[in-house]
Design a binder for this molecule. Structure first.
Ligand code: FMN
Length: 207
């Protein structure tokens, strides 16, 4: 089995974590350094990770969602999607211009095209883009975490309004999901859930 295959197969959504395990800033940074290779539309990198390690804040989040793994996790991470990521299109591409890879005309055209697409399609598209791009990033984050020896669980069982208030999340950001991270308490692991055979979720050349 390739390393990638075994990584994919070994990732599980942790049901609970071992209590009192700390994750350091440098361990988290190693994971983010891999997760940044996720693709994003126009390379706009819509995703922002808000990491909560502070025990008081973590307990406030636990109180608002009552999922025990929030309490036992080493950190709780809010995966946010920036609806207005397109506004940084020039900043993201100007380095390529300074390196001579993009001419000034190409840079200006990129800014005009990307801005035109997002503003032309409007707020609902901006919201979809925030969710779509942050979701792809989150999957890579979870695989990167597993590769570095950490277990995760993606979570939607929380009140986004309460989380927004506790963590003072600015209006332009969608709270796409929560990811808890820690060392899984293996005695609480559930059997892997049923997966549909390919024939039930793949079709070729039409539905
Ligand atoms: C968007 C999303 C939200 C989820 N929310 C929760 C949650 O709130 N609590 C929880 O315990 N698991 C949650 N899960 C985990 C799923 O239950 C889990 O991925 C699924 O049962 C498959 O198990 P596996 O990831 O171990 O293969 C969520 C998963 C996803 C993708």
């Amino acid at each position: 089995m390739s390393e990638f295959t075994s990584l994919v197969k070994s990732r599980r959504s942790a049901n609970n974590y071992m209590e009192g395990v700390e994750i350091t800033r440098s361990e988290l940074e190693e994971i983010f350094t891999l997760a940044k290779y996720a693709p994003s539309a126009f390379n706009l990198q819509h995703t922002h990770y808000l990491v909560v390690t502070d025990p008081v804040l973590k307990e406030k989040i636990y109180e608002s969602c009552k999922q025990y793994k929030v309490h036992s996790a080493s950190a709780v991470i809010l995966v946010l999607g920036n609806r207005y990521a397109y506004q940084a299109v020039e900043k993201i591409n100007e380095g390529m211009h300074h390196l001579g890879i993009l001419s000034k005309q190409e840079l200006d055209r990129t800014v005009e095209t990307v801005t035109g697409i997002y503003e032309g399609k409007g707020e609902s598209f901006m919201k979809e883009e925030a969710i779509r791009n942050a979701s792809l990033s989150a999957m890579l984050f979870m695989l990167s975490a597993k590769d570095k020896g950490w277990d995760t669980c993606p979570m939607i069982g929380f009140d986004p309004g309460a989380i927004k208030e506790i963590l003072e999340i600015p209006d332009g950001y969608e709270t796409v999901m929560m990811i808890t991270i820690g060392k899984e308490k293996l005695s609480s692991q559930r059997p892997r859930g049923y997966r549909k055979p390919n024939g039930e979720f793949v079709s070729y050349n039409g539905m």
